[in-house]
Ligand binder design. Structure first.
Ligand SMILES: Cc1ncc(COP(=O)(O)O)c(C=O)c1O
Length: 376
């Protein structure tokens, strides 16, 4: 039977092969305890003699897996009873389409806050279905910040307002959800359950799993029932939130292994002490990296403005693309991978999700200092 995963640690020798510090933006590092438990449950879960990947999605073992995953998800986020918790497919990208398809009727307008790439893609999809008001266009400032309330141009009576709470690429985040009277929908893919979240302030929260919650292939959706009930009728079943909810996210064969791992990650978060404890650890880890950037004189430059810096994704640069490339290749020799910045921003990026160990942040900070001394 799966045990509750309890602690994060520096990468260690696992099954004879060495693990290194993985700064990938996603798919990303998972808690070691979760991986170890998954190794056991791949062979046989709940002493059933059948591995988790081999159980029927309608059998008793998977009933238990999905019920525990939902219960633990609700416990972590204090999710009220008038919200459904769904485990869907198609990643966050399918949500970009499902949301306007369901909740943007003809003649209505949805507000979109564009903080870069992911929200730009969401806007493009929404425009296929209805009117979009770009309430903030971050392209004018190279997406270096999330908007203040004064910068938002919201629509009276908008069908909903969509934003992304943490921009994976530009390393910006909203300190608090934007204030709007419209139903608020958030793409929380790259920071889900990395800090306390006010579920009640949102009509819908969605997050692709592969950063903070598990492997790729599952998207977590937490949706208020009144919004769900208002969805347009006549959609294909897989794109219909109500039908997905009515079938307990098992309308077809769901990604059973992904849901299982997400459930184990939820147990790990609870074992850490919940979101306050996880957020505290994330603050401390991010401080180590930001201090290394800001303490370097001008050798490293951050991408995001100080007031809205992400604790999950930290993009920064040296002075030149050549030095950035040298940094990436030498870092790899020191056991640190995934530090290349997104192609739209260039430079470097350290993604330090929940499961990323503090020891990796310290190792990076020490390497950054040494690299700056040698190349400054
Ligand atoms: C904030 C954000 N939204 C959406 C996506 C797209 O997610 P998916 O690949 O699951 O469709 C990503 C992927 O990196 C992301 O970071």
């Amino acid at each position: 039977m799966p045990t509750t995963a309890t602690s994060s640690s520096a990468p260690s020798s696992l099954a004879g092969s060495k693990r290194i510090f993985n700064f990938s933006a996603g798919p990303a590092v998972l808690p070691e305890d979760v991986i170890r438990q998954a190794q056991k449950d791949l062979w046989s879960i709940f002493d059933s003699g059948i591995g988790i990947m081999e159980h029927s999605h309608r059998g008793k073992a998977f009933d238990r897996v999905i019920a525990e995953a939902e219960a633990d998800c609700r416990a972590i986020g204090n999710v009220p009873d008038d919200y459904e918790v769904l485990f869907l497919q198609g990643g966050a990208t399918l949500q970009f389409a499902m949301i306007p398809m369901s909740f943007l009727p003809a003649g209505a307008t949805a507000d979109y806050i564009d903080t870069g790439v992911w929200t730009t893609k969401a806007i493009k999809e929404a425009k296929l279905f209805g009117n979009v008001n770009v309430a903030f266009d971050g392209s004018a400032c190279s997406y270096d910040h999330t908007p203040t309330s004064g910068e938002l141009k919201l629509t009276d009576g908008a069908a909903y307002c969509h934003y992304c709470s943490n921009n994976t690429i530009y390393g910006t985040r909203f300190e608090t959800p934007p204030a709007t009277s419209a139903p608020l929908i958030v793409d929380a893919s790259s920071e889900m359950y990395s800090r306390p979240i006010d579920v009640g302030a949102h009509a819908m929260i969605y997050a692709g799993a592969q950063k903070n919650l598990g492997p790729s292939g599952v998207v977590l959706v937490i949706i208020r029932k009144d919004l769900m009930e208002s969805a347009r009728a006549g959609l294909p079943v897989m794109l219909d939130y109500k039908k997905q909810a009515a079938k307990g996210s098992r309308l077809n064969t769901p990604p059973t292994f992904g849901i299982y791992v997400m459930g184990q990650v939820f147990k790990w978060i609870l074992g850490q002490g919940g979101l306050k404890a996880v957020a505290q650890a994330n603050e401390a880890k991010a401080r180590i990296v930001y201090d290394a950037i800001m303490g370097s004189g001008d050798f490293y430059a951050p991408v995001a403005r100080p007031e809205c810096r992400s604790r999950m994704n930290i993009p920064f640069r040296t002075g030149t693309p050549e030095l950035d490339a040298k940094f990436i290749s030498e870092a790899l020799e020191h056991g640190m991978s995934g530090l290349k910045g997104h192609r739209d921003v260039g430079g470097l990026r350290a993604s330090i999700y929940n499961a990323f160990p503090a020891a990796g942040c310290t190792a990076l900070a020490e390497f950054m200092k040494d690299f700056a001394q040698r190349n400054g």
